[in-house]
Ligand binder design. Structure first.
Ligand code: SF4
Ligand code: SF4
Length: 372
């Protein structure tokens, strides 16, 4: 595995053939006759212009070029964390099913229980395609994440786990440090052969669902998903030592987190004033908070009654059974483990995760920004 990261200029989704061709050169292996799983990030059923899921233009081009090289291509992701029926709807609405040009597979339909190396549980059901693919090309999106700070190449592999399995893990790894570790446990099952991060339009602020879109105009590419995320973190100004999944992945030597040891091709530049989520992990005394105070002061999700359509998607996604629909979604705070899965699942932006500790966190954010 090479700890080399390419930063490729890709100004728009109109024509991504050149940037994708450059990206796929990094595969540097014969893919003819190989089964290639293309794994976009399909968080939920969002239209492409929302900027939540991997843009279908990238998926279309990757599929086309892998097929031209003779690969047998499958495209799929396990969307959200809830029921098994969400995948196809999400793939359709995101435009990815159409972009997959006949290669789409609902990878939730044929899961396989495996022995899972994790302190949170010892078995996990993952998509059989993940286990059977000769190569995996991961297509994450450049976004912030309320729980993991950033979501990129490592976090994209969390979608290997089928439907409710993600909920089960969320429930057992509820703090931001535990969840970061659980993300790495899943990543370690099968690190992708190549990751191509869609950073043409990124998301800042309250990602991965409710953030603000920001033009960055780049694809980040690497065989080393950890190194790729390290470079993405550098671009955003996020403090790497406070991103649990990067710390764990680096400590387990699953990839390179030392920027000095990563070969970077292309121009690495800080995105001016990139807005990170107000995450307790990054607060000035984050680790102490995580251990002793976090369970009491975490920012609770709140339902916006004006935006809620009572569709019930959040109820299906909630691993703790904390949501009932009574004209609108209602959250039982005694059951809620504050995992933000409902926020991810809601396509109406009706779940807020901006809480009373915003000003405290804002102070942390300001301190971070002054370090840039
Ligand atoms: S909060 Fe969102 S997902 Fe939940 S019922 Fe309301 S609109 Fe649907
Ligand atoms: S209500 Fe609480 S436990 Fe349920 S999905 Fe939302 S944040 Fe997670």
């Amino acid at each position: 595995m090479s700890s080399r990261v390419l930063i490729i200029d890709a100004p728009s989704y109109q024509d991504v053939s050149g940037p994708v061709a450059r990206a796929l050169k990094e595969l540097a292996r014969d893919v003819k006759g190989k089964k290639a799983l293309v794994k976009p990030n399909i968080l939920a059923a969002h239209a492409p212009e929302k900027g939540v899921d991997t843009h279908p233009a990238i998926v279309r081009e990757v599929v086309k070029q892998l097929q031209a090289r003779g690969a047998e291509v499958w495209v799929g992701d396990n969307s959200g964390v809830g029921g098994y029926g969400a995948n196809e709807r999400s793939a359709k609405v995101s435009g990815i099913m159409e972009a997959a040009s006949g290669c789409y597979r609902n990878i939730a339909l044929n899961g396989k229980e495996i022995n899972f190396k994790s302190r949170f549980c010892d078995k996990l059901v993952v998509s059989r395609e993940v286990l059977e693919a000769d190569l995996i090309v991961s297509l994450p999106r450049f976004k912030t994440h309320a729980l993991t700070v950033l979501t990129g190449a490592v976090k994209n592999t969390f979608g290997y786990a089928v439907g409710g399995e993600k909920s089960r893990l969320h429930l057992r790894a509820a703090t931001f440090t535990d969840f970061g570790e659980a993300v790495v446990d899943v990543f370690a099952i099968r690190p992708p052969d190549l990751s191509i991060l869609d950073g043409i339009i990124a998301m800042e602020g309250y990602g991965p669902n409710n953030g603000t879109l920001r033009k960055v105009g780049k694809l980040l590419v690497s065989q080393d998903a950890v190194a790729l995320d390290r470079v993405m973190a550098e671009m955003t100004g996020a403090p790497v030592e406070k991103i649990p999944f990067l710390k764990v992945a680096g400590a387990r030597k699953l990839g390179e987190t030392d920027l000095k040891r990563i070969e970077i091709e292309g121009k690495l530049e800080r995105i001016p004033n990139f807005k990170l989520p107000l995450n307790l992990a990054m607060a000035p005394i984050g680790q102490m908070i995580n251990r002793f105070v976090y369970p009491f002061i975490r920012i609770r999700p709140q339902v916006d009654a004006d935006l809620c359509t009572a569709c019930g998607d959040c109820k299906k996604a909630c691993p703790a059974g904390a949501i009932e629909i009574d004209k609108i979604a209602r959250i039982d705070k005694d059951k809620c483990i504050i995992c933000y899965c409902c926020n991810e699942a809601c396509t109406y932006q009706a779940i807020n995760i901006k809480g009373p500790f915003r000003s405290f966190l804002g102070l942390g954010q300001k301190m971070l920004n002054t370090r840039k």
